[in-house]
Design a protein around this ligand. Sequence first.
Ligand code: SAH
Length: 479
Amino acid sequence: MSARSEPSLYPLFADLRNRQVLVVGGGVVAARKIAALLAAEAVVAVVAAELGERVGAWRNAGQLRHCGSAFAPEHLDAVWLVIAASDDAALNSRVKATADARRVFCNVVDDAALSSFQVPAVIARGPLRIAVSSAGMAPVLARQLRGRIEAMLDDSLGALATLLGRWRLRIRAQLPELSARRRFLESLADGVVGRLLAQGQPERAEAALAAALSGADPKPAGRVSLVGAGPGDPGLVTLKAQRRLQEADVVLYDALVDPAILALARRDADLIATGKRAGQACTAQPAIHALMLQHARAGRSVVRLKGGDPFVFGRGGEELAFLRRHGIDCEVVPGISAALACAAYAGVPLTHRAHAQSVRLVTAHCRDSIDALDWRSLAADGQTLAFYMAVGQLEQVRDRLLAHGCKPQTPCAIVENGSRADQRVLLAALAELPEFARSHGVAAPALLFVGDVAALASELHWFGAPPRVASAAAIASAA
Ligand code: SAH
């Protein structure tokens, strides 16, 4: 194993502020390198026969100096680093050889073997930098890893690092003993301070840091995140939801949550089903409240995981109010609600300049909720209705809409298991909807769209099986 084929690089974070760096080349590749150098406040000089658009703009704005079209050894006189980013391999080699002779570190773009330093893939959070390098052996793998790490780390870590930087001396003065200081610092990221920063409350975070440092608040506080899991496709889980699942001690999840999404939870998290599904046994809401409270009070990180979005027919509002009333630290992580996901995956644009200027999210869960609706306004033209929990009530929905003036041929789409591998889409005119759904054995979870845009699914569908169409009337207004 020669050193040349498998270098073991020494990582280095360079402070380039006010230090000169030379870039040879003025094209797109050079521009990428220059952008990072300017962000690090380096003094950039460029040697290139021609400057591309971006590099030219920086030169015109006085952000870098163009010091000639032909590379000469003198160009290296004042520089700390050089990057050879021209598309001329011979020139790049010459730059490298000259740099070596002067002991100036040189990166030759896309040529790890020739380079004396390499530029890693970077994850940045405020002053934090995580650099990934494969020493040029597997740059694509390094970039992939960078993507995964990006997904794991909350944006608020940057604010935490900045805060700790400002408090460093005070913390050291207060906790002179190293191991105590380390324990204290370690507790911050996952404790109240880190959480408050993640909740966008820097002043409270700083106050909590001060309190913790003065020993006022030693007990770990639990918290509850009300997290939307989206409609089923794990790819539709937000990064934040994924992070919360990875930090969770306890996950209280609803029946609609896909197992593939539960699999994102930390491996030793406690997974507790609180399944609620029409007609099936479920944990009653007060029992769910009690569970959240019990685990949060024991200092645990609780994720209350709900299908779709917690605030759309998910009783998230009630749960948040309950937690706030009991002084529990909480947050809400929105999810992609079924109406948005089913519309997208079925090819039903919810709004459309020609067909729908508004969208209404409606529940048609049971007789009571149906009777409470303002059917006259629901029957109006120019809007899209998205009915949640409507599979069992299709007759009632149809009859009321017709009775309030909706046209019998109004297009309807039912999306069953939206965004999942077994998604089905049915298109029917309003008048024929319940019979058609029954003949296809439609079951929950399914979402009903009513409005002209529903007919567009016949052309715009792209996911899973093509829609089943009841009659020509169902898609007439798509034309
Ligand atoms: N909070 C959830 C809704 C919960 S109510 C959200 O924002 O999506 C449950 C209803 O949501 C179901 O009866 C069904 O109408 C709808 N629903 C949830 N997931 C669905 C899916 N994958 N496909 C179709 N409908 C879905």
